[in-house]
Ligand binder design. Structure first.
Ligand code: E4P
Length: 218
């Protein structure tokens, strides 16, 4: 399973990339706005130290302008993935850019029907938003399960399931249990993955006992 980090905060990405666990990055217009920085500068900087896919989202809503924006963003680096919304214009854009050999991430997916369309137009990634479905009292993981099952029925569907809108370690574990290809995780949720009170307690006790031996390894 691949781990992408869902942020436009370059400092956070650098910090977490040092763990060796980060396979790529996703951004969106809200995350870029939060960064307070110029969009293309942020994407260029991320691509200078992340080799894996880096999603950069178009801002237009009509296909001709989305395609132009996609062409401009794709020139930033070879690992830029053009992110388009799951609208009819986004799907048209996905088909054209994918046929040209550009990676495309179709975002804002909330149904299995939408995910089928993204696979039909050759998306590299489909991004179903699990947290936002949970927020309206649906079960985001049911959608991941449905999409994984459907895609497995068709060899010609090569689109990877990228679980987005992740809010907790449970989302990550559930996505892994279902065999999703990728999870994109906000930095705070990624840090929650490795924290456990029993680990802290156990380490404290080992360190106390070790200190009592008076020994040193080095
Ligand atoms: C995915 O690519 C999106 O950037 C992201 O996961 C959205 O998450 P949110 O619902 O927490 O805003």
């Amino acid at each position: 399973m691949k781990f992408f980090i869902d942020t436009a905060d370059v400092g956070e990405i650098r910090d977490l990339a040092e763990t060796g666990m980060i396979d790529g990055v996703t951004t969106n217009p809200s995350l870029i706005a939060q960064s307070g920085r110029e969009f293309t500068d942020v994407i260029e900087e991320i691509c200078s130290f992340i080799d894996g896919p880096v999603s950069a989202e178009v801002a237009a809503t009509d296909a001709p302008t989305m395609i132009k924006e996609g062409h401009k963003l794709a020139k930033i680096a070879k690992n830029v993935v053009i992110k388009v919304p799951l609208t009819i214009d986004g799907l048209k854009t996905c088909k054209i850019l994918s046929d040209e050999g550009t990676m495309v991430n179709v975002t804002l997916c909330f149904s299995a029907a939408q995910a089928i369309l993204a696979a039909k137009v050759g998306a590299t990634f489909i991004s179903p938003f699990v947290g936002r479905l949970d927020d309206i009292a649906l079960d985001g993981m049911d959608l991941i399960s449905d999409i994984c099952d459907i895609y497995a029925n068709y060899q010609e569907f090569t689109t990877q399931v990228l679980v987005a809108s992740v809010r907790s370690p449970k989302h990550v574990v559930d996505a892994a249990s279902l065999g999703a290809d990728v999870v994109t995780i906000p930095p705070s949720a990624l840090r929650q993955l490795y924290n456990h009170p029993l680990t802290d307690k156990g380490l404290e006790s080992f360190l106390n006992d070790w200190a009592g031996t008076g020994q040193s390894i080095l």
